[in-house]
Design a protein around this ligand. Structure first.
Ligand code: ZN
Ligand code: ZN
Length: 374
């Protein structure tokens, strides 16, 4: 629950108003859930925000009325009756030009809006997304709490994983454990990728049974009241991995260590990405690290800023929360990825992930575990 004086909402509305001219419009219409929540505090799943130089309106219906009143005190509520659409609210305000979210509005919804006379529409690929990069202290606290849940559950992987266990069973145990430890949902479906499947960065856990000698990539995140965390660890099922495992594991770890030690606010996403990418490339594995180094995490699991080769113009601000997740993937063999969550500061980072990086899972200890019954 939010109250008028304890939230940054008025400052966020002010920021939109300051930017309207830059967007070349007299109002902004927001319908995507994350942007709507960030800008108003309203967490309901349906509603429209309209911000003009002198008004801030939230249109929603009967189902969310009480909730909207409690959560969005900085917005004037417009009650949509059953047969009404957001166009009815727009008709009462009559702005001359309105920016809409091109990446979130449906084509059908846009055609509906265009039925309102006298409004010039401006679809924008981004509206408040860049503002969301810098997290408020309350947002940092929420993501820190989500990261702590994920740390705790990831630390239990060596106790839960055992030979003969299908990937999807381990994924389900981890999902239950995230819930038991306080998660209100999953940031994304838990990834368990074993053996050759570990070469697929976004493998969906399936029927493949874990076996001694497997590399196992586990990637998961807790959602906690709308905010997310993201964490990857790579394990080896057994106590004596082949040299190749250590080569790839230690290479990935040194790439991550280089990025964590060298990144700070003011660098571009590309410069930070290069801290890790150069380490991997100099070991001859440039082609085996086929994704960006990291992404912002907040209300969305993937948001700005991006740490990647394409982010040469994206300066990373202090207060951004990003992942740092280099990986090396070898088709047919498997892969290693290590992912931590960090808060970017003026002179470096603060780590939000604290789960140890100890990959070995002793098979002797896991062999005698009784099958899970719940
Ligand atoms: Zn992840
Ligand atoms: Zn990630």
């Amino acid at each position: 629950m939010t109250t008028r004086n304890s939230t940054p909402i008025p400052a966020r509305i002010a920021r939109v108003r300051e930017t309207l001219a830059g967007w070349g419009v007299s109002a902004l219409l927001v319908n995507s859930p994350d942007n709507r929540r960030w800008l108003s505090g309203f967490t309901g799943s349906a509603g429209w925000l309209l911000v003009t130089p002198d008004q801030a309106l939230l249109a929603t219906d009967f189902r969310y009325w009480d909730q909207a009143q409690a959560q969005a005190p900085d917005f004037t509520l417009f009650r949509l009756k059953q047969e009404q659409k957001v166009t009815d609210m727009l008709a009462t305000i009559a702005p001359t030009s309105v920016a809409v979210e091109a990446n979130h509005l449906t084509l059908h919804g846009f055609k509906d809006l265009q039925k309102v006379d006298g409004i010039e529409w401006k679809p924008l690929e981004q509206t408040v997304e860049p503002f969301r990069m810098v997290k408020s202290p309350a947002e940092v606290a929420q993501i820190r709490a989500a990261a702590a849940i994920t740390d705790r559950v990831m630390s239990s992987v060596p106790a839960l994983a055992r030979p003969g266990q299908p990937e999807k069973e381990l994924a389900w145990l981890l999902e239950k454990s995230l819930r038991k430890n306080g998660a209100t949902g999953m940031a994304f479906p838990v990834i368990v990728a074993s053996g050759p499947n570990a070469a697929l960065p976004h493998h969906r856990p399936g029927d493949r049974a874990l076996q001694e000698g497997d590399t196992i990539v586990v990637d998961m995140g807790a959602a906690l009241d709308g905010y997310n965390s993201d964490l990857t660890r790579t394990f080896y099922l057994g106590e004596e991995p082949p040299q190749r495992f250590w080569d790839i594991y230690n290479l990935t770890l040194s790439a991550q260590t280089a990025a964590l030690g060298g990144m700070k606010a003011g660098m571009t996403g590309r410069e930070i990405d290069a801290l890790a990418r150069d380490v991997i490339a100099s070991a001859g594995h440039a082609d085996h690290f086929g994704h960006g180094l990291g992404h912002g995490v907040g209300l969305a699991i993937h948001e700005d800023p991006r740490l990647s080769t394409r982010a040469e113009n994206d300066v990373i601000p202090a207060g951004a929360i990003t992942t740092v997740e280099p990986g090396v993937y070898l088709t047919g063999w498997g892969g290693v990825r290590l992912e931590d969550l960090v808060l970017v500061t003026a002179d470096g980072i603060e780590r939000l992930s604290h789960c140890p990086k100890e990959p070995l899972i002793a098979v002797a200890a896991t062999n005698h575990q009784p099958p899970t019954t719940n």
